[in-house]
Write a protein that binds this ligand. Sequence first.
Ligand SMILES: [Zn+2]
Length: 338
Amino acid sequence: MANVHLRPGADRRSSPLCDKDGVLRSGTVYKAAMTATGSSGCQFYEFVWCNRAPPRTQFFTWLLVQERIQCRVNLLMKNIILDATCEVCQEAPEDCDHLVFRCPFSAAVWATLGVDTTDCRVPKFQLSPDDINSLDANNSVNDPVINWVFKDLMSNLERNGIYDVLLMDPSLSYLMLFDPDDSAKATEAQMLSSCRLVLLPVNNNSNPDQSGGGNHWSLIVFDQWTQYGPRLLHYDSADGSNFNTADRLANMMQRHLLIGTADLMVVRTPQQGNDNNCALFVIAIAKSICSWCERAAAGGQEADWSATLFREVDDAKVAKLRIELHKRAQRQNNDEGC
Ligand SMILES: [Zn+2]
């Protein structure tokens, strides 16, 4: 503290992502994250935002295409109601698609307006052909695929009444690394600290200007659930090669989460025999931890997931998981008519 000299004048924000005026704009941060992680743009972007609809309509549509509106199927998943049947027609569960297009009441509204909705449907979150190709044998699985599986794992947890486990979108955990001084971190930290478990994928791309620059994924687990927490664990399937990046992210979390001096613990992790399987190991480890969460929530007695991790994650199982995810992604895209 003795070395810190305060100067008169207003505080200035200092971040590589600020624009010329020193203002941090979400657009710049979003673009940096998308470029750095090599993510393709969102397929709904133009449809939702590039029009003259009032902002509240655009925002509703944005939630709708991500199936996040409070329809009865979503309320049932959150245990807020006991039955998802549509109250208007009593004919079907009220999911997003039913609410907007299928319900006879909605269909009548569209018909009155003279709009033919026969082929319309609320699109599901989908992987692009490039994302699906990243699941081909020997390719490196990309971050939209990690995010796709993470969303699915979280939905399963929610179905089991577990709402305080967060599997973070890989582009968000990347963003946390690149803008550690952002004042929004306080809000994010609050969100993270309210979770019993947070899983953060770590990518070793150190240059936000270089698209897809990283070549290795590992996983940080912030544990406030087990008797050993709060603790920060690092799972690296390539012999600790991601330690430096993970340590930076962990330091940042320690600062913002105020969890004392607990250092990042390197945990014994199943090791990958194939260079291209790191993201799949991250997915497989996350899956194994989520299975433990479900058992623990149902009254299981295992202190944590370490006993099952090595049984559930190895090269052979990860190869099987790759095939399984590839099939599921293709099936989902075919079902959606793409
Ligand atoms: Zn209905």
